[in-house]
Design a protein around this ligand. Structure first.
Ligand SMILES: Nc1ncnc2c1ncn2[C@@H]1O[C@H](COP(=O)(O)OP(=O)(O)OP(=O)(O)O)[C@@H](O)[C@H]1O
Ligand SMILES: [Mg+2]
Length: 647
């Protein structure tokens, strides 16, 4: 962010490298508006810059060597890029914030170093849209300095050049600059103590709405302000934002800009970023104060939108709150019908509400929110996909997001290329898992039918276990990581290709049925081809013996593994070395494990045979012994009979 302009006591100035030039607003040509450089700072200017140098929450430890340093060299640490830009501008103009030491703000102005005792900081929140500091100056006077959005500071101002300053703010905002008002007040000592007591007790309260109690306590001291002026900071668009927005639009992605900025600033930035086209006709839902009026405006806009022209919708925070309360469906209808929407002066909660409104609309669109500040965290978390920009406004957005991106323009690659690929990969992966299991399991059903509903399993337990774990898992995983159905340059060059996947098209029932049919057909082939082949001649082995059931099962099983792996190879449009290697290894493993299993099985059978043989011989021995005994008994019986007859 760069400090560009300011307005002091109603007079606009242009700042370049620490030189202020008064601007002539009446001049038609922008370049000829800046007048002669201002010689030295007037008391009003010094007071204005002093307010900026004191009213902030930036950090820098004061060191004495800073006293002699040029202010432009300081790097201020702040979560607010606006504040950093303002402090650097102050330093360039001669009022240098040197840092903080033991509760004192040290400031150098006109070569003189002064320490201001920090008494209280009334922090900035996106709801209050302003912040204040209370300090005691070296002459023991207590001052309150306040800066913030004009919508929240102006109502507190009672003295100063209100009208001229607001004209300046309007002009700055039309140029796309981020504006703030700066005001101050000298607080009587007795009032200070009472007001601060109220603020501190509100901060300590645990009951009720604590935030609103703090806000109203702050209002006790933030009142009767004297307007010092206004600042205008340029928030430069990152490189590539225009192209990225245009590409996202071509890809069928609807973009809404949700910002805390002023309406004019937001519109100007929207034109600069081509979110609004030059030919766009703007529809305004702004400055409404009652629900019925907002509803009426939205109805009128809805009727106008039928003509289908290139419209841009602008909604401000207050009107949005009313619309969300009284006519959310109408707002949604109008918003979705407009090609571009800008919502300005939104609080973090409102940003979240807008995302929720869209997310829960009838068509159930997939939403993605992208932001860089703490005030974007709630919408990032509400959206289906949260994208955090690594920015100058701290790391909250980045930490709360699903994906962090360094630059806005990288979003188009993330969505159009990686989003496209990953959706495609995931869709194929899910269908493929169903498919390969259908090919594997259905032959078992056919087998049951062929064996008069026998409970016998065709596959052995080793085969059952290995199918999904070893023989068919690696290729599909590698496919899921590396597949590219189109090259990246093509996807970036033709953003409409992204539309092909919108509405979850690859996961429709029709796609599932296609895969299911393929699975059934392949299962028929892998079962019936071996069965019919063996039906003609079951003697396959060299020694003339017939093949057994294990042999049929191995044949069917191997065919299933081959077919599902080849299917993946054929549907893949991007053959990489790891992918081919994973298929080769899977097939090799199939044969190696088959071989090992066969050897183990033969050994087992031989062992069994031996065991059976042994048992049989043992049994026959017993039998023969018994026979022998029986025989002996018989013979003895015969001998006895014979002996009796002789007698
Ligand atoms: N540190 C600050 N001190 C005082 N006022 C501030 C400060 N930062 C921002 N503001 C004022 O509060 C307004 C709202 O700020 P907020 O951070 O909610 O949104 P934003 O920064 O303007 O926009 P965005 O949503 O794009 O981040 C700003 O437009 C500005 O006028
Ligand atoms: Mg901000």
């Amino acid at each position: 962010m760069v400090f560009r302009r300011c307005c002091i006591n109603g007079v606009p100035y242009h700042e370049v490298r620490g030189v202020l030039r008064e601007m002539d607003s009446s001049a038609a040509d922008v370049d000829s508006r800046a007048g002669d450089p201002v010689e030295g700072l007037t008391a009003a200017m010094e007071h204005f810059f002093l307010a900026l140098a004191l009213c902030h929450s930036s950090q820098m430890d004061y060191e004495e060597r800073f006293d002699t340093l040029d202010g432009a060299e300081f790097q201020y640490e702040s979560s607010s890029p606006d504040e950093r830009a303002l402090l650097q501008a102050c330093a360039r103009c001669g009022v240098v914030f040197l840092g903080e030491s033991s509760g004192y703000y040290v400031v150098r102005a006109r070569g003189k170093v002064s320490a201001y005792r920090r008494l209280e900081v009334l922090e900035f929140t996106s709801e209050r849209k302003r912040m204040s500091v209370v300090v005691r100056d070296p002459s023991n006077q207590i001052w309150l300095f306040c800066k913030g959005a004009e919508s929240t500071v102006l109502p507190l101002v009672t003295h100063g050049q209100k009208t001229r300053t607001m004209d300046c703010i309007q002009e700055f905002a039309m140029r796309g600059l981020r504006t703030m008002l700066v005001a101050c007040r000298r607080i009587p000592r007795e009032e200070y103590h009472a007001a601060m007591l109220a603020v501190r007790s509100a901060r300590c309260t645990m009951a009720g709405d604590r935030e609103s109690q703090i806000s109203s306590a702050c209002l006790g001291v933030e009142r009767d302000l004297t307007l010092l002026g206004a600042t205008a900071v340029e928030d430069r668009l990152q490189p590539g934002v225009r192209e990225a927005l245009a590409n996202l639009r071509d890809a069928g992605i609807k973009t809404w800009i949700l910002t805390g900025d002023k309406v004019e600033t937001a519109i100007s930035i929207s034109y600069a970023s081509r979110h609004f086209q030059l030919e766009s006709e703007l529809l305004f839902v702004t400055e409404h104060t009652s629900g019925p009026v907002v509803t009426r405006t939205l109805r009128v806009l809805r009727d106008r939108l039928v003509s289908g022209d290139n419209f841009g919708l602008v909604v401000d925070g207050e009107s949005l709150a009313l619309a969300l309360q009284h006519a959310p469906d109408l707002l949604l209808e109008v918003g979705l019908a407009c090609p571009a929407v800008v919502c300005c002066r939104l609080s973090p909660l409102q940003k979240c509400q807008v995302v929720r409104l869209i997310k829960n609309s009838r068509s159930r669109p997939t939403t993605a929110a992208i932001g860089d500040g703490a005030n974007d965290v709630s919408m990032i978390q509400e959206a289906h996909v949260g994208l955090g920009l690594m920015g100058k406004e701290g790391r909250q957005a980045e930490r709360c997001s699903d994906f962090a991106v360094a630059r806005f323009r990288f979003v188009q690659r993330a969505l159009l290329v990686h989003g496209h690929w990953y959706y495609y990969r995931l869709a194929i992966l899910v269908h493929y898992f169903f498919y390969k299991n259908v090919v594997f399991v259905l032959p078992q059903f056919y087998f049951i039918i062929f064996t008069a509903f026998s409970p016998q399993s065709m596959y052995t337990s080793v085969f059952l276990t290995c199918f999904n774990i070893i023989f068919t898992s690696a290729p599909v995983l590698v496919y899921g990581l590396l597949e590219q159905n189109r090259p990246s340059y093509q996807l970036l060059q033709y953003p409409p290709l992204y539309k092909g996947h919108q509405g979850n098209r690859l996961m429709k029932t029709s796609h599932f049925l296609v895969w299911l049919t393929a699975g059934i057909w392949h299962s028929l082939v892998v079962f019936f081809v071996p069965v019919l082949a063996l039906h003609c001649n079951t003697v396959l082995l060299e020694n003339g013996s017939e093949i057994d059931m294990l042999c049929l099962s191995t044949l069917v099983y191997s065919s299933a593994v081959l077919v599902v792996n080849f299917k993946l190879l054929l549907i893949s449009q991007y053959w990489t070395f790891p992918f081919l290697l994973s298929i080769i290894i899977s097939l090799l493993l199939l044969h190696v494990i088959n071989l090992i299993y066969a050897v183990i099985d033969i050994c087992y059978a031989v062992f069994n045979e031996r065991k059976i043989g042994l048992q049989e011989s043992e049994q026959s021995l017993v039998k023969s012994q018994t026979k022998f005994q029986c025989c002996n008994q018989d013979e003895i019986g015969l001998l006895v009979n014979h002996f009796n007859q002789i007698q």
